[in-house]
Design a protein around this ligand. Structure first.
Ligand code: CP3
Length: 356
């Protein structure tokens, strides 16, 4: 593996192999907290054009890599590319969030959904991946990603972001067969999309299930985790002889880590509300753990950030299988200098947890 990647800490840690120091990357590391991101976004005109122009998506993917000692890049895109490619018509409205021109309200809408060809309607994502891999030239791995079927379904049914998820919960209660049809269709699309990303050059995969945590335990198993397992079962495990690890992230899932570990994923990404040491005791040596600092800590002074890093590293404890990250995406109000403090602290303070 090291023959192809100069820094393969992320891949090693995801596979629970020994590393010298704990790898670190940050959810939404290419984003509005970076002035250079805001400049490129302005040049693009709007967020979707930024996603759909491979040269610009490549440029912003690399911005945090040029600035910080990160152990991974994540392709700049969005989870809502799939519903958009299915013809829902995505718009990102400033200070409102994503909105769809067409939403899903009945069985007929679901039956009429096309299955996007990743190398056609979503080719811009694959082209961006190919460009980024060329630019990285083997320095660090590139992560590809998708939304989970359940999380994508909530946006498609609600027609955009939501606080209460009334329509999605109503379909779950009143027409579970229709919802299952939608989730099956989305799973098929996500499998095609992620396998195409792997073939284009993604070296690890993350599935974002931002809204799985709003479900009851039994509904989570039936409507969210079941489909993420199906995706894990159908992803190309190896590319060019190298394992492509899969990370599952369900916000609000700490009570379910044992079930998540059974899906065949390689790692679970934890939000900040749980204790990573406790999660480690539950999953044992079955999966690696990613996380889990509260993004709000990045608003604090440097000493507080360092202390929090130390506390999370200590809670995970000795040995491999930890990837440092935030428990959710970095917010636009963060000073980039504090991100540097975080990354340096992870690298400096984690050495003792990996010493022989
Ligand atoms: O992590 C990375 O650096 C890769 C880029 C990435 C984006 N979105 C860029 C983005 C990733 C991995 C996502 C995933 C995503 N998108 C999720 C799952 C992860 C999570 O945060 O829970 C969800 C739910 C979405 C849907 C989405 N996209 C929302 C709700 C919004 C609006 C909220 C916001 O932050 O403005 C977006 C827009 C979006 N996606 C932005 C970025 C950088 C901001 C757009 C802008 O530049 O104005």
């Amino acid at each position: 593996m090291s023959a192809t990647l100069k820094n393969d800490r992320l891949i090693k840690a995801l596979l629970r192999k020994p590393v010298d120091i704990t790898p670190v990357w940050i959810m939404r590391q290419a984003g509005r907290y970076l002035p250079e991101y805001r400049a490129t976004r302005l040049k693009a005109g709007d967020f979707l054009t930024l996603c759909q122009t491979p040269e610009l998506a490549c440029e912003v993917t690399l911005q945090p890599i040029d600035r910080f000692q990160l152990d991974a890049a994540i392709i700049f895109s969005d989870i809502l590319t799939i519903p958009d490619a299915m013809g829902l018509g995505l718009k990102l409205i400033e200070s409102v969030g994503p909105k769809f021109e067409n939403s899903i309200s009945c069985l007929n809408d679901i039956k009429n959904l096309p299955l996007p060809d990743p190398e056609n309607e979503l080719r811009y994502v694959m082209d961006a991946i190919r460009l980024v891999r060329g630019e990285l030239s083997g320095s660090i791995p590139l992560i590809g990603f998708s939304g989970s079927p359940w999380t994508l379904a909530t946006y498609m049914i609600e027609g955009g972001s939501s606080k209460e998820f009334i329509k999605a919960k109503k379909m779950l209660q009143e027409d579970p067969d229709a919802l299952h049809l939608l989730l099956n269709h989305l799973s098929e699309s996500v499998i095609l999309y992620l396998n195409a990303q792997i073939n284009a050059g993604a070296q690890a995969i993350m599935i974002f299930d931002t809204w799985g945590g709003i479900l009851t335990t039994s509904a989570y198993m039936e409507f969210s985790l079941f489909y993420m397992k199906k995706i894990c079962d159908h992803l190309e495990n190896k590319f060019n002889g190298l394992t492509v690890p899969v990370i599952l992230f369900t916000k609000g899932s700490h009570l379910w880590v044992d079930d998540i570990a059974k899906t065949g994923c390689d790692a679970i990404s934890l939000d900040w509300q749980c204790n990573i040491g406790e999660a480690r005791r539950k999953v044992g040596d079955r999966v690696a753990l990613q996380g889990n600092m509260n993004p709000a800590v990045l608003k604090e002074k440097k000493e507080t950030i360092v202390k929090e890093v130390e506390s999370i590293l200590g809670s995970y404890g000795r040995g491999p299988g930890h990837i440092f990250n935030l428990g959710h995406g970095i917010t636009p109000d963060i000073d980039p200098e504090n991100v540097e403090v975080l990354i340096e602290a992870v690298h400096d303070l984690s050495m003792k947890y990996h010493a022989k």
